[in-house]
Design a protein around this ligand. Sequence first.
Ligand code: NAD
Length: 482
Amino acid sequence: MKVVKNYIDGQWVESKSTETLEVVNPATTEVLAHVPLSTPSEVETAIQAASDAFSEWRETPPLTRARYMFRLKDLMEENFEDLSRIIVEEEGKCIDEARGEVRRGIEQVEVAAGIPSLMMGYNLEDIAVGIDEYVIRQPLGVFCAIVPFNFPLMVSLWFWPYAVACGNTYVVKPSERVPLSQEKLFELVDEADFPEGVVNMVNGAKGVADTLLESPDVQGVSFVGSTPVGKLIYQKAAENGKRAQCQAGAKNFIVVMPDADLDRTIPALVTSFYGCAGERCLSGAVLLAVGDVYEPLRERFVDAASKLKVGYGLDETVQMGPVISKAHKERVLGYIEKGLGEGAELILDGRGVQVEEYPDGYFIGPTIFDEVTAEMTIANEEIFGPVASIIKVGDLDEAMAIIDANPHGNASSIFTSSGKSAREFRYKVQAGNIGVNIGVVAAMAFFPFSGSRDSFFGDLHGQGRDAIDFFTEKKVVIERWF
Ligand code: NAD
């Protein structure tokens, strides 16, 4: 059985760790590989390689650094289908969703290739007579990423292309559950011929993350994952004097107003709640039906969701894959039990879904609870599975009060044909990513991926201009020449 290697200082190296975990295809339950829980000294070697590479890399002109991104982009395009297939095999999402993920990953590399413009500073002549002042941006050193399972390829690309284009060097820790698309990505990094030590990858779990966070040679960390871990990493980064941006868990509310265009709303809702089997930090979780829309919305949403084809994502006709693991399936089923126990009405039950060819796969069909109240556990906690909760509300104010009472603030959407309702929603709702007639509020690479309250710890977000601020230090120069 293959054991995934680390990529350190431009070389593929076997971990000496005796501890490994299985990487399992969640649809077929086939063991695809083993992943090592790398040792602290292996992490330190990677950090050292990145530190050693820094001074030469930062002196490499931004335009030259950008050319590595162009090469990587070309290689990713050439390997587009391979990358997509690996994502399906290790994570379970459908092939089209995986293609979307690869496309979004490539877009990060494309945007980072604009670094000569993005990294410019600014200036002002004559701040006093004969004195000029300017700001230059400089890289800081070694950064690292600690990333989640649900977008195995894309999430590290939210960070390292910007960091590296800015002249920093990097260590990626993939999710121990899905290391294979990162392995493939690093084969392409190797082929793009980045100088040794500029981008490194070390496999493992908490232990690897801890060594990265404790190292005095790491300047900053980008984390994406659950809220409890995000909070912990933010604290640990602060204790160790590092910059940190921690994108965390979510509970996303979608408001449907009586004046919404249901023909367009329903398909957007189905994608939002059931795309990637609900394992998306931007997935809809609670549907807030305002006033009269409740009856038709409920009926049409159930009808559309019940028609989704569940199965192995490599089959092009499948519309929803499994959840990531047996343990996670049990966790989601536990929430369904909890919903029933708390008195919600199960109007679409995905528990008994059968996928003939893969009877042991971690499948759960689309599930919908009605008669949910704002106090119930299923309306409050992140389930991260294909489970929707419908709450009937009287008006927009009531809907917004429910949204703001939840501690998460990742994304929230409104479906309406009223500009006034949309503006009020955008103006007041405490979520970092707002959708108007959009079900999945996925920002493009050139905008920051926001998130607020318990869904984000930090101030500078990933991607967009925030990325350049996060990965550079601003130096102010004041000059007078006699
Ligand atoms: P997770 O928090 O379990 O793991 C994320 C990463 O942290 C992994 O690499 C893991 O190895 C590491 N880790 C776990 N425990 C740790 C610890 N105690 N100390 C240090 N590192 C630790 O998250 P997951 O289950 O892989 O991903 C799903 C979660 O990610 C969901 O909550 C989802 O909402 C969230 N997510 C958020 C965003 C966003 O942008 N806000 C995007 C994608 C996923």
